[in-house]
Structures are given as structure tokens and as C-alpha cells.
Design a protein around this ligand. Structure first.
Ligand SMILES: N[C@@H](CCC(=O)N[C@@H](CS)C(=O)NCC(=O)O)C(=O)O
Length: 211
């Protein structure tokens, strides 16, 4: 299986983290969308030219949340990561769409402004605060965001909180989130190494853009 990706790209990270969790040996193809040659390679594979893009035995799939579902359905040993039960699955979907529509963009925009030493608008900080409060609420009675078992929604929301962690966002008022964030580290092999690489590569990219 080929994964066209870049480690610094937030939508790529949950896919890589899930693949590591599942022990999948992906053929990682690093694509910088800012490098015209690499971008051309991506365009030939995916007409929408976004990373991540997965190619599994000729099947080309993009959109990170769709890839998470596909990998869990095809390669997980049981259905706990993506439950077959309709009600349980609907909770996973709700968490995923919350991340996709609310959390990921506000956390990532804040992180980018933080790294570039630019002021973060109050409106953006308010969105982040509301999102973390919602996440904290999800985790009130359960160890994971969609219940008592680890699901694919944990991987996507984890990346949004990683963005906040990278900007030293104060998570101490959110003890459930802090506990869950630490637990997630135990589910992802090589996480520390990958997070260091994400930090370095994102800072390098933004510094090159500000030159
Ligand atoms: N909704 C998409 C977003 C993917 C996305 O926009 N990735 C960016 C890199 S972070 C990209 O490939 N941009 C290139 C382009 O849109 O041409 C997903 O979750 O996979």
C-alpha cells in the first residue's frame, strides 16, 4: 500500500498514527505540495491533488477521514476501532465530524500563527476553547472520545490536541483531556520520534515561507 503524504501535514498525521497502531507496513511516499515536481507526481495519482492519498492494490482513496475508516474496516483485527453497531458507529462519526468541521481547523490555524509569532485572533482562541471544552465533556465518563474503546475518532482528535500541545496551550483545566492525551501516546509506536519530526518540519516550512 502506498501512502502519499507529508508528516508535517495535519490531515496526514491521523492516518500515519493509525497505520502505526495497526502495524501496517505502508510504502510512504513523501510529497511536498510546494515542490512543483512532487506536486505533479501527486496530481497523476489523485486529480484533487491532496495529501494524504492512499493507493491499496490499485484502489486510490483520499480524504483523511475516509482513509481512516477504510484502514480500520479492512485491516483491524476486530470492529472496535470502527464499530459495526449502528449506534456506536454513529458516535464515532459524530466525533469525526466534530474534528473535521470544528476542531482541526481552529487548532491548526492557531498553531500556525503561534509558530509565525503572529497574534491569534480572539475569535480563533474562543473556537479552540469551546472545542477543548467539548472534548473534555466527551471524556467525562469514558477513557476514549467515543466510549470505552479506542476508535478511529481518537486518532483524528489526538492530532488536533497535538497542535495545541505544540503551541504550549494550557490544558491543565482539562484533566480528562490530559489523561486521554497521555494514554494515546501508548497506542502509537514511534510517536515521540514522529512528533519531533512534525515539529521540526512544520517550523522549517513556515520559516521558509516567511523569508
Ligand atoms: N480534507 C482533506 C484535506 C487535505 C488537504 O487539504 N491537504 C493539504 C496538505 S495539508 C493538501 O494536500 N493541499 C494541496 C492541494 O489542496 O492542492 C483531508 O482531510 O484529507
Amino acid at each position: 500500500m502506498d501512502l502519499y503524504y507529508h508528516i508535517r501535514s495535519a490531515p496526514c498525521q491521523p492516518v500515519v498514527f493509525l497505520a502505526k497502531h495497526l502495524g501496517l507496513e505502508l510504502n510512504y511516499k513523501t510529497i511536498s505540495i510546494y515542490d512543483p515536481k512532487e506536486f505533479e507526481v501527486l496530481k497523476k495519482v489523485n486529480p484533487q491533488h491532496t495529501i494524504p492519498t492512499l493507493v491499496d492494490n490499485g484502489h486510490v482513496l483520499w480524504e483523511s477521514y475516509a482513509i481512516l475508516i477504510y484502514l480500520a474496516e479492512k485491516y483491524a483485527l476486530d470492529d472496535s476501532l470502527y464499530p459495526k453497531d449502528l449506534v456506536e458507529r454513529s458516535v464515532v462519526h459524530q466525533r469525526l465530524f466534530f474534528d473535521s468541521g470544528v476542531f482541526q481547523s481552529s487548532s491548526l490555524q492557531s498553531l500556525i500563527l503561534h509558530i509565525r509569532n503572529k497574534p491569534i485572533p480572539d475569535e480563533n482562541l474562543a473556537k479552540v476553547k469551546r472545542a477543548v471544552e467539548v472534548l473534555e465533556m466527551y471524556l467525562t465518563d469514558t477513557p476514549y472520545v467515543a466510549g470505552h474503546k479506542l476508535t478511529i475518532a481518537d486518532f483524528s482528535l489526538f492530532v488536533s490536541v497535538c497542535s495545541l500541545d505544540m503551541m504550549q496551550y494550557d490544558l491543565t483545566p482539562y484533566p480528562n483531556t490530559v489523561r486521554w492525551f497521555e494514554t494515546m501516546g501508548t497506542h502509537i509506536p514511534d510517536l515521540a520520534k514522529m512528533r519531533k519530526q512534525i515539529d521540526e518540519e512544520l517550523r522549517a516550512l513556515l520559516a521558509s515561507m516567511d523569508k
